[in-house]
Ligand binder design. Structure first.
Ligand SMILES: *Cc1c(COP(=O)(O)O)cnc(C)c1O
Length: 422
């Protein structure tokens, strides 16, 4: 396709006209400057924009709370008691899982800890955790604190999968080497499915095979994968995964996260787990006198009754994802990011380097642009022009053209401004 691309506004607009899912943009609130012009919002990998329907979904619950009080648990239009179940099927579709494997609860880092209670069981000889070297800080802190909790010094217990000297991306063969050398000592691999910094999307099925061949547990952080790529979690065979919903899933700041536990573990009563009343069999939960009877699958990881207002925002978003479908989203996404990449490559300057892989199968929608000798001033100038991107020290601008609400015109205008500034 790229051979046929053209770097001009008319061409960008013609791509928007051919876009079969362009109308979804109207279903979002796009921030505007004081003259009423839309911002160019390329930061949906940090906080997704608000669907217009979110307010109605939340208002429904506020109304039902006003009208029914506690009876809303059963009398609300969408009864609160099973509310999380209304999200399960759509969420499972988005990540390529079976409903028993998925639940919406807590936040991402909390879920990682709860999952590590089950899936990080160090022994004297097999106790290490492998992460990628530029893992998101929260994941690193979570893993280090798990090591310390088990009396292991992170210096001994943390193994890093690094890009080679002078390279930005991870190579699968380097993971193979680490596992050949230290696999017998590694208990858990916890890897970002799509790296937040480089935008590299890893073959999680391959990672699961390599890890399992050395009897390691394999977990995936999907913060940057969910709603962006099609992770096919069930088929990948990974043991567990966790994600947040405020990035690509447009569910609002600090909204709840999700987790996946592979079906092969669903009925394993020997797995250690932390529990609360919401882990208990729902048919007898309110007898309140019984011994714990943990629900099978992902639902058994729930501890508390969940915040319905936040779940309503997630439902608004998932209903939209369900309607569009990940196939159509991904198709546009590859096209939109492909055009973005093409335009960036027309900038005649050595100062610009895209560190994200150029193969669409090895990335989501995000491109991470390294700008030589740039400082945060560049990002500030973009922001002053209402082009919202994300700056990562020392010199990377992360941009995510979101297929649900960004346009080909957006990426064209963004690159025009960048050209002017570098
Ligand atoms: C966004 C993000 C987080 C954030 O964690 P919260 O617990 O939701 O605050 C963690 N890990 C990764 C990889 C992320 O991208």
């Amino acid at each position: 396709m790229s051979a046929a691309y053209e770097a001009n506004l008319e061409f960008a607009k013609s791509l928007d006209q051919q876009d079969k899912i362009a109308h979804y943009r109207d279903q979002f609130h796009i921030p505007k400057d004081k003259d009423g012009n839309n911002w160019i919002y390329m930061c949906g990998n940090s906080l997704g924009l608000q669907p217009k329907s979110t307010k109605e979904y939340i208002n429904q619950e506020l109304e039902d709370w006003a009208n029914f009080g506690v009876e809303g648990h059963f009398e609300a239009k969408n009864p609160w008691m099973p509310y999380h179940e209304f999200l399960t099927e759509s969420m499972a579709k988005v990540v390529g899982a079976k409903p028993i494997e998925v639940v919406t609860m807590n936040t991402l880092t909390t879920n990682l800890h709860l999952l590590m209670v089950s899936f990080y069981q160090p022994t004297k000889t097999k106790f290490k955790i492998l992460i990628e070297s530029d893992a998101f800080p929260s994941d690193r802190y979570a893993v280090e604190s798990q090591l310390r909790f088990h009396g292991i010094d992170p210096k001994e217990g943390l193994v890093e999968w690094k890009p080679r000297q002078g390279e930005d991306l991870l190579r699968m063969e380097d993971l193979e080497t680490i596992l050949e050398e230290q696999g017998n000592e590694i208990a858990l691999l916890l890897i970002g499915g799509v790296n937040y910094y480089t935008g590299q999307s890893l073959d999680i099925k391959k990672i699961a095979e390599l890890g399992h061949a050395k009897n390691c547990m394999v977990g995936i952080d999907l913060a940057h994968g969910v709603g962006n790529i099609k992770p096919e979690l069930h088929n990948s065979g990974v043991d567990f995964a966790a994600w947040c919903t405020y990035k690509y899933l447009n569910s609002g700041p600090g909204s709840l996260g999700g987790l996946f536990v592979h079906e092969k573990h669903a009925h394993d009563k020997s797995l250690k787990k932390f529990s609360g009343w919401w882990s208990h069999n729902k048919t007898t939960r309110f007898n309140m006198r019984q011994d714990l009877d943990v629900m099978p699958g992902a639902e058994g990881y729930q501890l508390s009754n969940p915040p319905i207002l936040s779940m309503a925002a997630i439902k608004a978003s998932l209903d939209m994802f369900n309607e569009v479908g990940m196939d159509a989203l991904r198709e546009k996404s590859e096209e939109l990011t492909g055009y973005f990449e093409y335009l960036l490559n027309t900038i005649e300057s050595d100062a610009i380097k895209i560190i994200t892989p150029s193969n669409p199968k090895e990335r989501g929608c995000q491109l991470s642009i390294q700008v030589k000798n740039a400082d945060k001033g560049l990002h500030k100038k973009l922001t002053e022009n209402h082009i919202i991107t994300d700056w990562r020290e020392p010199d990377v601008i992360r941009c995510a053209p979101i297929p649900l609400y960004n346009t080909f015109e957006d990426v064209f205008k963004m690159v025009e401004k960048l050209k002017e500034l570098v």
